[in-house]
Ligand binder design. Structure first.
Ligand code: SF4
Length: 306
């Protein structure tokens, strides 16, 4: 198979190709906030966002970046302590700070032996020219990608989930990042309220035709303590079943450009916070279901992308 044991271009495959061995991502909390929460754009955040700012599994912000990295490496079993790591700035908006603070935190991460790259999750409206200069500088000295939480290309849905920016802001940020050679990974959520199959596939097609280097597919899941949970109680909408999700993700893989690396294929809700769908807790079951579906179809990433 073209991508080792998978029928899609996995991140594991890509990192092994680049670094010669398995590379582990360490999820960090840089202690940032988000303009969609601090009142700059909004105060309530995206509808689905928890108090952890989409970083339920990230480190403890009371620790320095270096301490978080050491702690996370310590927690790894011997099998996963491969000696090569990507520092993943996951919680909240990781370009929302002063240049000095950002530089210090990114540098701290890279100063730890074995950290070969940075993954920086942010919003497309938090990329000023100064920030882009900084990201370009770091992308010239390490492997780096920037993650943008687009979730959907449909502005009606974006308003419903209080994303806080229109599609054109994403388009503009993507152009500016790519003009500096910075790798971009885009997040999409499948199963958003009021979206049907056609809407989801349109989002996948759209990003597949853009100059992006990676994608993360998330399953719409509902966490305790989020406004989405309140919305769900007031306006129950149907959540995808496991079989529906596997089928839609397989369709998405088939239309996705084979050069785009798939960083994630399902959601990752913390067990004690997840309201629904509970089947998503069996992540391995979902992943193997996708493998089996692609095998059943004798299909692979990009088979329908031309
Ligand atoms: S942009 Fe990210 S951190 Fe900010 S409110 Fe939305 S999901 Fe939460």
């Amino acid at each position: 198979m073209r991508w080792l044991d998978k029928r899609y271009h996995s991140l594991n495959y890509e990192l092994r190709k680049l670094f010669g061995k398995k590379v582990i991502k360490l999820s960090l909390n840089g202690g940032f906030t988000c303009p969609n929460r601090d009142g700059t754009i909004g105060t309530k955040g995206c509808l689905f966002c928890s108090d952890y700012g989409s970083g339920e599994f990230a480190g403890n912000k009371k620790l320095s970046i270096k301490e978080q990295i050491f702690q996370q490496i310590d927690l790894l079993s011997d099998k996963w302590r491969t000696g090569k790591y990507i520092a993943y700035f996951q919680s909240f908006t990781n370009t929302y700070g002063t240049i000095e603070d950002l530089r210090d935190k990114y540098e701290q991460a890279l100063s730890v032996e074995g950290v070969v790259g940075l993954a920086i999750a942010t919003r497309p409206d938090c990329l000023s020219e100064d920030i882009l200069d900084l990201l370009e500088e770091f992308s010239n000295k390490c492997y780096l990608w920037v993650e943008l939480g687009l979730q959907t290309i449909h502005d009606d849905t974006a308003r419903l989930i209080r994303r806080g920016y229109p599609l054109m802001t994403f388009d503009d940020a993507l152009k500016r990042l790519r003009s500096r050679g910075i790798n971009v990974v885009v997040h999409l959520i499948l199963g958003l309220p009021k979206e049907d199959y056609k809407d989801m596939i349109e989002s996948v097609k759209y990003v597949s035709e853009e100059d992006i280097q990676g994608v993360k597919f998330h399953l719409m899941h509902i966490l305790k303590g989020t406004d989405l949970y309140e919305y769900y109680k007031e306006h129950p909408f149907s959540l995808l079943s496991k079989n529906e999700y596997i089928s839609i993700v397989s369709d998405a893989i088939e239309i996705l450009d084979p050069n785009i690396v798939i960083h994630r294929l399902t959601g990752d809700g913390a067990k004690d916070m997840l309201i629904a769908p509970r089947w998503s807790l069996n992540k391995l079951g979902v992943l193997s279901g996708i493998d089996m579906e692609l095998k059943r179809r004798n299909s692979y990433q990009g088979i329908k992308s031309e």
